[in-house]
Ligand binder design. Structure first.
Ligand SMILES: NC(=O)c1ccc[n+]([C@@H]2O[C@H](COP(=O)([O-])OP(=O)(O)OC[C@H]3O[C@@H](n4cnc5c(N)ncnc54)[C@H](OP(=O)(O)O)[C@@H]3O)[C@@H](O)[C@H]2O)c1
Length: 256
């Protein structure tokens, strides 16, 4: 297990990103918390500092390539980073757009292109001394789910991107870790009205995430009781069977 010294986390104003900041700080890691909502970040920094941790915040929209690169450069200038976590993400229900195509474009800007920008800026910044880039993808990237077409597409795409980059980065000092959570209780899942099997508490998910990042595993998926059936059964189920299994759920709104 490799302890980190300094981490930059996007999506730190809420949910999993915020819980990961808390978990890292509790393990003695200096945290740079990033998101768009500055007031939430300031609350988090105050909380972490009150507990004796070193923390700061940077307001950041991950859809801006320059903003991501600038944030990572400015955080590194005050002491090298050895961990970058691409945690920023949105669900379909977080986006108001006139039509499905516009909503999908906006979602991909954050979940796919924002994550890619963070990955590449993190790799570049840590290429000299080495480090880890962790990405919050999702078990939802395993198969298409009705009600979450854009979300599943974004997560399937980032998983494929990470997989390819992991091969390209073989022997490189920066390690890329794909974190694939199942259902976690956060503001993102709060509006969901359908059953969420094996829903995890956010602090437990954050602990699993940081354990996996420290261990430098290629893929960190949890909970295991959901990840394994998805990997083994759902991934190999023929398209027709998958369609029949899911068709009866397709009209339910608010899916993550
Ligand atoms: N909760 C789950 O069950 C679950 C499962 C699998 C994967 N995940 C993934 O885990 C990540 C965190 O999800 P969560 O459940 O913690 O959601 P959340 O509570 O809604 O938090 C999302 C975070 O992303 C940030 N964000 C959104 N758009 C952004 C942008 N354009 N630029 C910068 N930051 C932005 C938000 O901050 P601001 O609004 O302040 O910018 C917020 O901090 C996401 O990538 C999600 O897809 C979640």
């Amino acid at each position: 297990m490799k302890p980190f010294r300094k981490a930059l986390v996007t999506g730190a104003s809420s949910g999993l990103g915020r819980a990961i900041c808390r978990e890292l700080a509790a393990r003695g890691v200096e945290v740079v918390a990033c998101a768009r909502r500055g007031d939430k970040l300031e609350d988090l920094v105050r909380e972490l500092e009150a507990a004796g941790a070193r923390a700061s915040s940077l307001r950041l929209d991950v859809t801006s390539h320059e903003a991501v690169r600038g944030a990572i450069a400015s955080a590194s200038a005050e002491g090298p980073l050895d961990l970058v976590v691409a945690g920023a993400g949105v669900a379909e229900h977080s986006i108001e757009a006139p039509d499905r195509a516009a909503r999908t474009r906006q979602l991909l800007e954050v979940n796919l292109l924002g994550a890619v920008t963070t990955i590449e800026a993190g790799i570049e910044a840590m290429a000299g001394a080495g480090g880890t880039v962790g990405v919050l993808s999702s078990l939802a990237g395993t198969r298409g789910l009705p009600g979450a077409a854009a979300y599943c597409a974004s997560k399937a795409a980032i998983i494929a991107y990470i997989e390819a980059r992991q091969i390209e980065l073989s022997g490189h000092p920066v390690r890329l870790v794909d974190v694939q959570p199942g259902f976690v209780r956060t503001p993102m899942t709060a509006p969901n009205e359908f059953p969420m099997p094996l829903l995890m508490e956010v602090d437990v998910a954050a602990r699993r995430t940081v354990d996996g990042l420290e261990a430098g595993r290629a893929v960190v998926s949890y909970p295991r009781r959901l990840a394994w059936p998805l990997r083994v059964v759902a991934r190999s189920a023929p398209r027709g069977l998958w369609r029949r299994l899911l068709a009866r759920r397709k009209d339910r709104p608010g899916r993550r």
